[in-house]
Ligand binder design. Structure first.
Ligand code: KIV
Ligand code: ZN
Length: 517
């Protein structure tokens, strides 16, 4: 079965850093709880010195999630390290993760440091971090483009100073599996004292090789892999956690490692992340894409009926993908709904269940068969990360081959409801114009994705909208059997997030990271 490998999840830090993935502190906490259920060993919760919001997010997760190690990122700066240490104060097990770029390219053009200065900063940063915790990770950013001699010197200095984990990131996704594996072998063989630290892989996917590189690093002795749910992250993303873990489970003879991830939680974690960020993985995404277990071609379907192993190397339930099941209908009661949610893994409080039951009965009036996917869409639709400042009360649209008009009534931070009409080249544009007028905010639509939740003409439509509200990038989610209504609900959701963001004084939903010294 191979060695134990530490699964270090950086969805809430490297993943969140990518445009469109920003999350509120509440959403991060919800995801952290789910990552705990998933069984990851380390949750990198954020970069506390980047903003008050990030600091609070890390602090809240450290206080609430006690089984996994909670890591906080810091540059090799005293202030960053102190902020990370403070944010981690409530953690049962906290890790400070310090990093500095080591390639000449970054040293000359970004940091304007000599190699000797870089070495000194790395040493001093690890020592300072050790003042807060015995668990310190050091990352040599852009390790794969660093002179191997110098890389070995920095790693040796970091270990001497007390680093317990040493991460060698492929920051720009440049390496191939053979090269990445060779780097781990070389550094571990050449650095005196390397056996005192756990070596870690951290791969970006610019060449589509992040998972392959991570597996190569494990083969070459890495004891930790850093990865994200759905592979989200800077540019082309990070190595996808679900792909690494499932590769190890399906091919233990080829990829020999053990980890504590509970794979039936994978799909739920992926869905939760998608609903929080508004970004779904592409349909053909391995393990968690909506087509990952769909068999279209007749010849494949025939094979599957004879024996599932013909075309299926993973059973959907092993990774928590629900088989489409007819679960409930118009006459099902509140208890049946509660029981089905329990079977899907959700314990709901009474208030949430009451609200969901209302939505469920309204949906059952429009849709004959209610499937698990519908129930999950309703539930995720309630994961509003923000209090309801605006509420869609009524929507009427007129559209056809001529320009569209929409009349929208909104409840809002004013007494009662207000109504406005808007025009557009289609019903969604018209509804958005009316909402924009009512909210009195500038709304720029960046992207709008409509997806049917289940097959069939009466399916729920799920809409994810990415917008800029007064310059702030946000996403919103809405579901309805009518896609104009679902889109309007998604926009209202984004507006609620914007209002909430305004309220979180001093916090930036859109934290931009400053990587220079
Ligand atoms: O990609 C990278 O180098 C990083 C480091 C901060 C670990 O994310
Ligand atoms: Zn990274």
């Amino acid at each position: 079965m191979g060695r134990d490998v530490v699964i270090f999840d950086t969805t809430l830090r490297d993943g969140e850093q990518a445009p469109g993935n920003s999350m509120t502190p509440e959403a991060k906490l919800r995801l952290a709880r789910q990552l705990d259920r998933l069984g990851v060993d380390v949750i990198e919760a954020g970069f506390p010195s980047a903003s008050e919001g990030d600091f609070n997010g890390v602090h809240a997760i450290a206080a609430a999630v006690q089984r996994p190690i909670i890591a906080a990122l810091a540059r090799c700066h005293d202030r960053d390290i102190d902020r990370a240490g403070e944010a981690l104060r409530p953690a049962a097990r906290g890790r400070i993760h310090v990093f500095i770029a080591t390639s000449d390219l970054h040293l000359e053009h970004k940091l304007r440091l000599t190699r000797e200065q870089c070495l000194e900063r790395a040493r001093a940063a690890v020592q300072r971090a050790r003042g807060f915790t015995g668990d310190v990770e050091f990352s040599a950013e852009d390790a794969t483009r660093t002179d191997p001699e110098f890389l070995c010197r920095v790693v040796e200095a970091a270990i001497d100073a007390g680093a317990t984990t040493v991460n060698l990131p492929d920051t720009v996704g440049y390496a191939t599996p053979a090269e990445y594996g060779a780097m781990f072998r070389t550094v571990q063989a050449r650095v005196p004292g390397s056996e005192r630290a756990v070596f870690s892989a951290h791969c970006h996917d610019d060449l589509g090789l992040a998972v392959a590189n991570s597996l190569a690093a494990i083969e070459a002795g890495a004891g930790q892999v850093e990865c994200t749910i759905n592979g989200i992250g800077e540019r082309a993303g990070n190595a996808a956690l679900e792909e690494i873990v499932v590769a190890g489970r399906v091919r233990p003879e080829a990829v020999a490692f053990r980890c504590g991830v509970h794979t039936p939680e994978l799909f739920r974690t992926s869905q939760l992340l998608s609903h929080v960020t508004g970004i779904f993985p592409q349909p053909n995404k391995a393990i968690v894409g909506r087509n990952a277990f769909a068999h279209e071609a007749g010849i494949h379907q025939h094979g599957m009926i004879q024996n599932g192993l013909t075309y299926e190397i993973i059973r959907p339930e092993e990774v928590g993908v629900p088989r489409s099941t007819l679960v409930l209908g118009k006459h099902s009661g509140r208890h049946a709904l509660e029981r089905r949610y329990q079977q899907l893994g959700y314990e709901l409080d009474d208030a949430t269940l009451d609200n969901l039951y209302q939505e469920f009965t309204a949906l059952a009036d429009k849709k004959r068969e209610i499937l698990d996917e519908d129930l999950l869409a309703l539930l995720h639709g309630r994961f509003h990360d923000a209090p309801e400042a605006y509420r869609l009360a009524r929507l009427e649209v007129t559209c056809g081959t001529v320009a569209a008009t929409a009349a929208v009534s909104l409840g809002g931070p004013w007494a009662g409801e207000r109504r406005a009409t808007g025009n557009g080249n289609g019903p969604i544009a018209a509804a958005f114009a009316a909402v924009g007028e009512l909210a009195g905010r500038s709304i720029e639509v960046l992207n709008l994705i409509v997806q049917s939740v289940t097959p069939g003409r009466d399916s729920l439509g799920q809409v994810l909208v990415q917008v800029k509200v007064d310059g702030k990038s946000l996403s919103g989610h809405g579901a309805s059997t009518d896609i104009v209504e679902a889109s309007t609900r998604a926009l209202v959701h984004a507006l609620n997030k914007a209002s909430h963001a305004d309220e979180l004084e001093g916090q930036s939903l859109n934290a931009t990271y400053f990587w220079g010294v």
